[in-house]
Design a protein around this ligand. Structure first.
Ligand code: ZN
Length: 233
């Protein structure tokens, strides 16, 4: 079975719709979501509607947790914080309740799903470095662990390899971000894992950035959040 793994959608509806179209083109019907469905962007309810319909496993992210008041607001920078307050005013009570119920991690067959890091998932550690990532392999029992949070796609092997996925061995795989990529490539990112062959690949999908950028400005969210989408930063 092929599974699309989505993370860090951040209320970017145009990016999420482009990813769903790509999934449909590829004939992939199963999807998992690694959190940060909301925050930064202007379409929290629309994105939640799609995630709740399409994703069979969903874990919470720090922005989801911030919106529901579990992760303290002083954990966020100025832009993230303004978007959290904005999202609290825009989100429906029912979607808020759904976010409140999301788990920190999920395990399914050979895969662990967590937003930031398998070690201390509620502390939202950023796994930016090979060394920092290496310390996390003891914190999950499955072959694979899928993460997001840094918005940069990368595959880290337990043997220290980077971006050299094989069907054997253990990996922490960052699938990148659907709604706010930060690796210099503005195209939406997600991962595809084939549980039969053990194959993994990172997929990029261009989308109509201006649709989201203009809606960010219209919503009164910080313009910086619109500009960065064009740069992929
Ligand atoms: Zn995020």
């Amino acid at each position: 079975m092929r599974i699309a793994i989505l993370s860090d959608i951040h209320s970017n509806l145009a990016a999420l719709e482009a990813v769903i179209r790509k999934m449909d083109d590829l004939g992939i019907s199963t999807a998992w979501c690694l959190g940060d469905i909301v925050g930064y962007g202007p379409f929290p309810n629309e994105c939640l509607e799609i995630v709740r319909t399409r994703c069979s496993l969903v874990v919470t992210g720090n922005h989801d947790s911030g919106v529901v008041g579990v992760t303290p607001v002083d954990d966020f920078n100025e832009f993230g914080l303004r978007a959290i307050y904005w999202t609290r005013g825009a989100i429906t009570a029912e979607h808020l309740e759904y976010l409140r119920g999301l788990p920190l991690s999920e395990t399914y067959e050979s895969s662990t799903l967590v937003h930031a890091s398998p070690f201390e998932p509620s502390k939202w550690h950023y796994l930016h470095s090979v060394r920092g990532t290496a310390k996390n392999f003891h914190a999950f029992a499955t072959r694979l662990c899928f993460i997001g949070h840094t918005h940069v796609p990368v595959v880290n092997g337990e043997d220290g390899t980077v971006n050299r996925f094989t069907a054997k061995g253990r990996y922490i795989i960052n699938v990148g971000s659907v709604g706010q990529p930060r690796d210099g490539n503005p195209a939406a990112a997600f991962g595809v894992y084939d549980s039969d062959s053990g194959h993994y690949e990172s997929v990029r999908v261009p989308y109509a950035i201006e649709k989201t950028a203009e809606a960010i400005v219209r919503a009164g969210l910080p313009e910086h959040l619109a500009r960065r989408l064009y740069q992929g930063t």
